[in-house]
Write a protein that binds this ligand. Structure first.
Ligand SMILES: O=C(O)C(=O)Cc1ccccc1
Length: 326
């Protein structure tokens, strides 16, 4: 397991869902915590060594991938995901005391929060204008500034409870009561988290150009080795129109032979494939394994091939011992 960092950066300010995710990390409460104003700033604190790791949102169950994070970790100096955290999300609408729902013209929040409250907004404040905020907590705290140019904010219930200058206009305004956001803890490359049997591996694979079936070939690296995918998203590289990479989460750890073999296959197809880490799954769900994709099956297969090259070797003996006709 990598050494636990004493300083954590997170998408701030205090009161964001990202901070709630960070507080699930066992030593975070006692560590130094640095709020950053956006995902890139949080990751830069890790890249320049000011923080040992950063907590950032990566995916939510309603809106999908958090593109700012997917793009930030896909490029630049290499970073590694060392942990994932799931946070159930519920939203409240807050305003300065005395403001009534019918007074609200402009509402600020994080883009993913806005997207998750669309139906409620359409029903209750259909003409409200959206003012993008860098986070839910930043939008809520912004209401306290004298020159605030919006009337209400969407944020976590905790922020509203702890801030006497804010009052709650509506609770549980999220369109999906079961909404969950997935956050990842990101550090500089170092020792990998140990294999637990319930792991995830994240990779970024640039799509080779002008190669018919390239995506199929990429997917086949996983499929043919029995590796299940839990997320796959295409993102433009930003270099020019039509140039894409795929951000992929696969079940298992690079220490599993089938995952290692799949990654080696990806590297042959797309040599700039970036490994973003193997880390324990937040839900602890063990990876299902079939006999023919187990470590033992891969080891026996390798020994068999080696035995073909050198029939006198030890590998040849163990391969013939493992062979069904031996
Ligand atoms: O803005 C926040 O509080 C965040 O942590 C980002 C976010 C926004 C909406 C849902 C989940 C995370």
């Amino acid at each position: 397991m990598p050494a636990t960092p004493a300083t954590y950066a997170f998408l701030g300010p205090e009161g964001t869902f990202t901070e709630a995710a960070l507080m699930q990390v066992p030593d975070a409460a006692a560590a130094t915590r640095i709020p950053a104003s956006n995902v890139n700033a949080a990751l830069d604190l890790v890249r320049d060594g000011s923080a040992g790791a950063a907590m950032v949102p990566i995916e939510n169950s309603v809106e999908g991938g958090v593109t700012a994070t997917l793009d930030a970790i896909a490029g630049g100096t290499e970073l590694r995901i060392i942990r994932e955290v799931l946070v159930p999300i519920s939203f409240v609408l807050v305003a300065r005391p005395g403001v009534r729902l019918e007074d609200v013209r402009r509402v600020s929040t994080h883009g993913h929060a806005w997207a998750q409250c669309r139906l409620w907004m359409d029903r209750h404040l259909p003409t409200a204008e959206y003012v993008p905020g860098s986070s839910t907590a930043a939008a809520a705290m912004g209401l306290l500034a004298d020159d605030c140019h919006y009337d209400a904010a969407i944020c976590a219930p905790l922020v509203a409870r702890e801030q006497p200058g804010l009052s709650v206009l509506a609770e549980n305004i999220g369109d999906n009561p079961g909404a969950v956001t997935r956050f990842v803890l990101v550090s500089r490359p170092g020792l990998l988290p140990e294999r637990t049997g319930a792991d995830k591996t994240t990779v970024v694979v640039p799509l080779p150009e002008d190669r018919p079936g390239a995506l199929m070939e990429i997917l086949d690296q996983f499929a043919s080795r029995g590796v299940n995918l839990s997320r796959i998203e295409s993102r433009p590289t930003g270099q020019y129109l039509g140039h894409y990479f795929f951000s992929i989460d696969a079940d298992g750890h690079v220490g599993d032979a089938r995952v290692a073999d799949a990654l080696a296959g990806l590297h042959r197809i797309s040599p700039n494939t970036r490994f973003l880490g193997s880390y324990p799954r937040a839900d602890g769900q063990e990876t299902a394994e079939e006999a023919h994709t187990s470590d033992a099956a891969f080891a026996a297969a390798r020994a068999w091939v080696e035995s073909l090259l050198d029939p006198a070797s030890e590998a040849a003996e163990s391969a013939s011992a493992a062979s069904p006709t031996a």
